[in-house]
Design a protein around this ligand. Structure first.
Ligand SMILES: [Zn+2]
Length: 474
């Protein structure tokens, strides 16, 4: 009898520890539809819309009883530089023999780091069909030259762009088939590597298509005033669910998502708000519901739920956090970042009850999350072409850069309304998202309860790189 009772009690407590999770689709709908509403104006960093979203997230943390870790506040205040590009004196033309391309300021997005004054300098064109397009490119091709990039639809040349901007080109222009520029004059947080301008112009695409690859006879003329900088105030939002184990509670898992988006378009037809429902109101909604789901489950480690500003400006908010951590980096056991969990029409397929991780083989986080996902009928798998290249494309990178084992969970990587004003809340699949959120909540709980903290996988080149960073900190 005693033994049976013991077994029953044990089973009951194990059940309470491991699940089940009951995230309601309606709760996710509530969060996403509010965060992506017109009222929040696209949550640009900085804006009133961003502040309203921060207040909403903090009020949720308060409701479920999370600790406020910044001197009793949920807000980590930052004062980054906001860069405005004055429009006066703007002129951008490319001439090739008798053909002349004129680009209007409202067909350009991006910002400069200083004034542009370029007269008749030969353009170097690079067509990008795949990841290998830049393999033969040398520093001599790039340094001091205007570079014109022509990516094939669907190719997003992140690594190549980092390589090119590191070689000090005169300027980098990239053809962008998305017809909506958010405006050359749109104020943006200054990022570490400025200078990429996107040309949202059909004429520019046609002009570029006719040029040969490599150094061309086309000459760039480009004049623009120096940007104007001012300090602004924005916030990361953090709440801690305190661990229950006397030893492990001083070790932390971060569950994060970015709450900013692109704001409003300066011009164009129709609704000007970039709603950012899937990118990344969905990740925030999922984070809020994971926090709620775990609040009663007494995880052994502490969990810090974090909403970052400035991701769309180049991971600005998470980079600020990495340099100014609220919890010492040595105590951070791992990070699971959440992105784009609502749209099931991703990467040209219909994906149900499944999700991916970036840097899938960089850490052993994938193993624990995968086991938990199975219990919820969810498949965790690696998208071979996307997993590693996208590791650097969200806020997990900022924590990896200080050595913390990290990954970003997402349903997929490309979806039809990506960075367009049509990324609205009705297009998300909330029952599916609830399923993924349950699986993620169970996975986070499993990691929080594990004796051993997540580890970088040293037999993988990506994992090795960050493992070395972690070791060198100690
Ligand atoms: Zn985005």
């Amino acid at each position: 009898m005693t033994r049976i009772l013991f077994a029953l009690t044990f089973a009951a407590s194990a059940f309470a520890q491991r699940g089940p999770m009951h995230v309601a689709p309606e709760a996710l709908t509530q969060h996403v539809s509010f965060l992506s509403s017109d009222a929040l104006e696209g949550r640009r960093s900085p804006s009133h819309g961003l502040d309203a979203a921060a207040a909403y997230i903090a009020s949720w943390f308060r409701r479920i009883g999370l600790e406020a870790p910044v001197d009793g506040s949920y807000f980590q205040l930052a004062k980054p530089t906001l860069r405005r590009q004055p429009m006066d004196g703007f002129a951008l033309t490319i001439e090739d023999g008798s053909t002349r391309l004129i680009i209007d300021a409202n067909q350009v997005s991006g910002s400069l780091s200083g004034a542009a004054s370029i007269d008749g300098v030969a353009v170097y064109k690079l067509e990008i069909n795949d990841d290998k397009a830049g393999d033969k490119l040398t520093e001599d091709d790039v340094r001091g030259r205007p570079i014109l990039l022509v990516p094939k639809a669907g190719v997003r040349p992140f690594a190549l762009l980092r390589k090119i901007t590191g070689w000090q080109p005169l300027t980098v222009l990239m053809i962008d088939p998305n017809p909506y520029a958010d405006g050359f004059g749109a104020p943006r947080l200054a990022r570490a590597q400025p200078g990429l301008l996107r040309l949202h112009s059909k004429e520019a695409a046609e002009f570029a298509a006719k040029l040969p690859n490599g150094l061309t006879t086309a000459k760039l003329n480009f004049h623009a005033a120096a940007p104007k900088d001012e300090a602004v105030e924005v916030r990361n939002v953090l709440g801690i669910l305190r661990g229950s184990d006397p030893k492990l509670k001083d070790s932390y898992i971060m569950v994060s998502a970015h709450y900013d988006h692109l704001g409003r378009s300066l011009s164009g037809p129709g609704d000007l708000v970039f709603h950012g429902a899937n990118d990344d109101a969905s990740g925030v909604a999922s984070m809020l519901e994971i926090a709620s789901a775990l609040a009663g489950k007494k995880p052994k480690r502490s969990i810090v739920f974090t909403a970052f500003y400035g991701e769309e400006d180049g991971l600005v908010g998470s980079r600020y956090y990495g340099k100014n951590p609220v919890i010492p980096i040595e105590k951070m056991a791992g990070q699971i970042n959440l992105e784009q969990l609502g749209r099931t029409d991703v990467d040209g397929e219909k994906e149900l009850a499944a999700y991916n991780l970036t840097g899938f083989d960089f850490t052993n986080i994938s193993l624990t999350l995968s086991r938990a996902a199975q219990r919820y009928g969810v498949r965790l798998f690696k998208k071979e072409q996307m997993s590693d290249p996208f590791f650097a494309q969200s806020d997990n990178q900022s924590m990896a850069d200080v050595g913390v084992p990290s990954t970003t969970a997402s349903l997929g990587y490309e979806f039809p309304d990506y960075h367009q004003r049509t990324d609205t809340w009705e297009k998300l699949d909330y029952p599916n998202m609830a399923k993924l959120t349950n699986a993620l909540a169970a996975g986070v709980l499993a990691i929080a309860n594990q004796k051993q903290a997540p580890q970088w996988n040293e037999s993988n080149a990506g994992g090795k790189k960050y493992s070395d960073i972690r070791k060198n900190r100690k």
